[in-house]
Design a protein around this ligand. Sequence first.
Ligand code: SF4
Length: 293
Amino acid sequence: MAQEVLFHVSPSFADAFSCKAGECRHSCCKGWEIDIDEVSLSRYRQLSGAWRERMNAAICEDETGAHFILTAEDACPFLRQDGLCDLILAFGEDALCDICALHPRFYELIGPFELAGLGLSCEAVCELLLSGEGELLFSCEETGETFSLSVLLSRLGFLPEDASLSFAPARDLAAMLTRLEGTEAIDALWPLELARIRRDLAAHPVSLSVSPRYDRIFSYLLYRVLEEIPRWGLAVVQAYARDAVSFIALQDALYGKEAETLRRWSEQIEYSTENIPYLLSCLKSQNASGFLP
Ligand code: SF4
């Protein structure tokens, strides 16, 4: 029987989120499959007149369900040139199917906790996370408390009370890049980007530093994968977040553009069903051989 949710937790910055809509340079209405849930599908099929024809032409149904047929530019058929959504403009936000209404939010259940957050493949979320200062805090809806990730981890039983976590850069950046090179590429650019970083790192050796800013990113990336701790162990999941922040910090040192490197890393790793377990399994075997970097 599923455990009752007693505590709803979310990062304190989440309330300030708002979609950049037409200002967004990496719209989530492009480059992703858009599945349509059954309730929305039945609503869409009930439209009349010109909208009925347009909607029917925009939907395909196959054995996996209904989807919007993407345009030649890989975009949602209702995405306008100005970045706005024709469905919202015509019928309001309630017209969105579940996946569009939910994105970029995520929810994870661990014991009596529901952990909510906003995915970093959205540039507005990256900017929001990086615009904050100081320790990243989380809020509990029921108790009104705010607390650090370490406190949350100890309440989840993953960390002893009074212990704390902070970012320490990967010691071997070349090995960290090797792990990323083994991931499934989301597009043809990813291997080229990695090759460029490897080349530039060899030409300009970088020594990463610690900073409260990297601690914030580290806390959030770790928060996103807390459900992996029972399977892989805290040391391995922590090493995964440490690798990710090191990768972002490395690119920041080489090229700047921290928010965009964070968004790009998230799109490649966090939104792939294969890449997170792949990286965790690499780190797990290194941990088993006593070589967790
Ligand atoms: S990626 Fe984020 S900011 Fe851009 S359109 Fe999607 S939800 Fe809005």
